[in-house]
Design a binder for this molecule. Structure first.
Ligand code: PLP
Length: 866
């Protein structure tokens, strides 16, 4: 078997023994330009860099102890696990800094085109294990820590999971950073360093309680504060006419300070950067308020600027309409563009060349104000004319849409925009005027079309539609799964699609490093052993090699054993949480994702209730035939999303009744696992036999947890929605349990239900609803709104309409699970055919079809540090 443990890094380190060859002056510098001092300095640097950190166990131990004593100022004779974690993290970070500086210098000298991924969310998960595995030094650190009395699992467990995202959108950004680094693309991530990330969810008396997540309490060893990288960001003020142009002035200034985290790729020296901005008071003081004598007032005013990066907004899929949220968006976009332009301007060239060196991806509409800010900079600061500024801007930006739900599309009132960003509002009006003028020329006498395509929505109040702005200001728009991209073109932006705007599909993916190699070491070992390589970690298509052994009893047994290990791990977690023992022979049935009406956790729990009812009616002989099941549900509800919180209460109520019913025993157990996040996902997902992705058709853009689950050897019960459709295409219809209405049927089904033209007739459903109504599972403050939602005229998400079909699919799951051999064969085939859903494939598509950037692996000995 070919092992690739850190071959590339060893190669680079191998060259370090000959420092002159690595850091000698190369073709990129012109020696005659160099002064004697700079030559001396370079020589000194070269000799220092030959001392890059060693990778053997004693050296690693020395570095950890060194950080414990000198960085943390602790004594080595009193080492606690958290201190050991911090010292370990710092010593890993040191190594990352080496390759990160080299990589950035390399990109700069090669003058490559970079992509900048702008996202208001990065749901990175813990860093330590990921960094060690990507760097190929996991084993050394295991031994090093063991030698000083710690186990790596224990140390890794000390890390706070930085929850700087809500769910799929933020996790996508994180998977993309991993793939960009691994594939050696020149890329940066940009976002906000929130002080408070996603809230911590606790359950009290069955209800969700939100605890603020102040994740920085003990610092963050993975980030580097860049007090020298700061930019001013203006809010408010007014626009002055300067004779030949416009100038935005006055208002207040906030300072954006950069915090960088190195992002290592797997088995490559390349290391990327995630730059998150923190808001601080500007240095400039308003002398007027000081001379008025209001010293404390003036300081309090300054302090409010820090609020901008204070808290991550919850995504409740409706426009929160918060002024602070718009401020966050402009804050991070403005700082990012200043940073990008500073980098671009290091070389003398016209700004119209910007698109040859810079691609900017907008992760949803959140950073869309960047289109306008770049126009403002190019025109007002750089003196470019409109046409050339617009052409340049459009060639730089591209936009990823994440939802077709109309209520989830961002809009800002014109008056708010005028107050916070007066110059930008002017520019938006002018973009819109030109856009509508051109459209009217093509389609005279079609006022409705103009209304639909307009960036400004007429009404009271007038609104700026960020999605329209993003489409008009980008060269390419993409959806995140085939069906979703189709709907983006046909339902959301049909006029733009017909008018030749480029709308493409980039089906999402997830990184097999975090989601298989790290989360599921036992399965990872099985795959590597059978396909005789661990290359699948960077080429997930290679898992295809498993398929030819699908009938091999040894492989089947190893798959089953690996699954059992993972189920034991989750069972132990459940035992710790609830003090309940579950049987690992049970079918583990899992639905973890944000709690939302469209994701239909309600359908899941109605199914659970009716399973409970049917078991209750059984005699012993019938019971012997039941597939025992452990139902796991998890996810956070946005703090303001009342109905989603009712779902959580109901699930906990059902859990309470079922788990305490002596008639049921091991046949059914139900758990709501609190505080779903990346770390918990890494424990839950590998244990799945089946996972639920049961959104109302047409409503889930892609879903990515569906991919993680199948890659981990489980099957899906799901609707024909999002990426489920493509997963089924790849793994085969026999290996997925599909049910429910299809997207084209939804609208008319909704009407039929509403107007009584279709009546749902299922005694299991009526029984479950009667029980809910009688407050058997929870009080009326929960059961009433849930019953309301299930009335035919209210059932927008078609929970009752899809119920019977759903229950049929559950039966098919039970039948299939009874045949253990046939089941494990299905899971082997499914894993083998998931190659498409690696985010490496997704990123290659973006790179080739949207960004036009090239793989740029670091070549040892090639940088000059001039
Ligand atoms: C993958 C992931 C998601 C996305 O889940 P979906 O089921 O696709 O909505 C959300 N949260 C976390 C922590 C994840 O890892």
């Amino acid at each position: 078997m070919k092992a690739r443990t850190s071959s590339f890094r060893d190669l680079v380190h191998g060259t370090i023994s000959a420092p002159e060859s690595r850091y000698s002056v190369t073709g990129h510098t012109t020696p005659q330009d160099e002064s004697e001092t700079s030559q001396k300095r370079n020589k000194l640097l070269s000799s220092l860099m030959s001392q890059y950190l060693a990778r053997d166990v004693p050296a690693i131990q020395k570095q950890i102890i060194h950080h414990f004593e000198y960085t943390l100022a602790r004594t080595r004779y009193n080492m606690d696990p958290f201190g050991a974690y911090q010292a370990t993290a710092l010593s890993v970070r040191d190594r990352l800094i080496e390759s990160w500086n080299d990589t950035q210098q390399y990109f700069t000298e090669r003058d490559v085109k970079r992509v900048y991924y702008l996202s208001l969310e990065f749901l990175m998960g813990r860093y330590l294990t990921n960094a060690l595995m990507n760097l190929g030094i996991h084993n050394q650190f295991v031994d090093a820590l063991h030698g000083i009395g710690f186990e790596i699992e224990q140390i890794a467990h000390e890390e706070r999971d930085p929850g700087l995202g809500n769910g799929g959108l933020g996790r996508l950004a994180a998977c993309f950073m991993d793939s960009l680094a691994t594939l050696n693309y020149p890329a940066w991530g940009y976002g906000i360093r929130y002080k408070y990330g996603m809230f911590e969810q606790r359950i009290k008396d069955g209800h969700q309680v939100e605890i603020p997540d102040y994740w920085l309490t003990h610092g963050n060893p993975w980030e580097i504060e860049r007090l020298d990288v700061t930019y001013p960001v203006r809010f408010g003020g007014h626009v002055e006419h300067t004779g030949h142009g416009f100038k935005w002035t006055g208002g207040s200034i906030v300072r954006a300070v950069a915090y960088d985290s190195p992002i290592p790729g797997y088995d490559t020296y390349n290391t990327l950067n995630l730059r998150l901005w923190s808001a601080q008071p500007a240095k400039e003081f308003d002398l007027a308020s000081f001379s008025r004598g209001d010293y404390y007032g003036a300081i309090a005013d300054k302090e409010t600027s820090e609020k901008i990066s204070s808290v991550l907004y919850p995504n409740d899929s409706t426009d929160a309409g918060k002024e602070l949220r718009l401020k966050q968006q402009f804050f991070f976009v403005s700082a990012t563009l200043q940073d990008i332009l500073r980098r671009f301007k290091k070389r003398k060239r016209p700004l119209t060349d910007l698109p040859t060196k810079v691609a900017i991806q907008l992760n949803d509409t959140h950073p869309t104000i960047g289109v306008v800010e770049l126009m403002r900079i190019l025109m007002d600061r750089e003196g470019m004319g409109w046409t050339s500024a617009w052409t340049t801007t459009k060639r730089v930006f591209s936009y990823t849409n994440h939802t077709v739900l109309p209520e989830a599309l961002e809009k800002w009132s014109v008056s708010l925009m005028e107050k916070l960003l007066p110059r930008h509002m002017q520019i938006i009006y002018e973009i819109n005027r030109r856009h509508l003028e051109a459209t009217a020329q093509k389609y005279p006498n079609d006022g409705h079309k103009l209304q639909r395509m307009s960036i400004i929505e007429d009404g009271y109040p007038k609104m700026v539609r960020m999605a329209q702005l993003a489409v008009v200001g980008s060269h390419t728009v993409n959806g995140v799964a085939a069906i979703h991209s189709g709907l983006v073109a046909s339902r959301l932006f049909p006029d733009f699609a017909k008018d030749g705007y480029r709308i493409v599909n980039m089906t999402n993916g997830v990184t097999p490093r975090r989601w298989v190699q790290q989360a599921n070491p036992t399965l990872a070992a099985v795959i590597s052993r059978w396909i005789e390589t661990d290359e699948w970690v960077v080429n997930f298509e290679l898992c295809k090699g498993l398929e030819k052994y699908v009938n091999n009893a040894d492989l089947q047994r190893e798959f089953t054993e690996s699954k059992l290990e993972n189920k034991k791990r989750l069972a132990a977690y459940i035992k710790r949480q609830f003090n309940v023992e579950v049987s690992t022979d049970s079918l583990f049935d899992i639905q973890i994702k944000r709690i939302h009406e469209y994701k239909r956790q309600l359908l899941n729990i109605l199914g659970v209730i009716s399973r409970y009812n049917s078991i209750k009616r059984m005699n012993a002989e019938q019971k012997a035939n039941v597939v025992p099941k452990v139902v796991v549900i998890g996810g956070k509800a946005a703090a303001s999303y009342v109905q989603a919180k009712h779902f959580i209460r109901l699930i906990n109520g059902v859990s309470n009744v079922v788990n305490n019913d002596p008639d049921i025993g091991d046949l059914l157990k139900v758990f709501f696992l609190p505080n779903y996040n990346v770390t918990l996902a890494e424990v839950i997902i590998p244990a799945n036999d089946i996972s639920q992705h049961i959104s109302t058709a047409g409503m889930e853009a892609s879903g990515t947890s569906n991919m993680k689950f199948v890659m981990n050897g489980g099957l899906i019960i799901g609707t024909m929605d999002g990426a489920n459709i493509e997963i089924r295409e790849e793994i085969g219809e026999d290996n997925m349990f599909v049910f429910g209405l299809h997207t084209p049927e939804i609208e008319s089904a909704r009407k039929q239900l509403k107007y009584g033209e279709y009546k749902v007739d299922d005694s299991r459903l009526s029984e479950a609803m009667r029980q809910i109504e009688s407050n058997m599972y929870c009080g009326s403050s929960t059961s009433r709104p849930i019953m309301d939602a299930l009335q035919p005229y209210n059932d927008f998400y078609l929970v009752t309409r899809d119920f019977t079909s759903y229950m049929e699919a559950i039966d098919r799951v039970d039948q299939a699970f009874k045949d253990k051999t046939s089941w494990v064969k299905k899971t082997i085939i499914a894993v083998a055919r998931m190659g498409k859903f690696s985010s490496d494939r997704t990123i290659r598509e973006y790179a080739e079809q949207i960004w036009d950037i090239e793989c740029t692996p670091f070549i040892p000995g090639s940088i000059s540090y001039k």
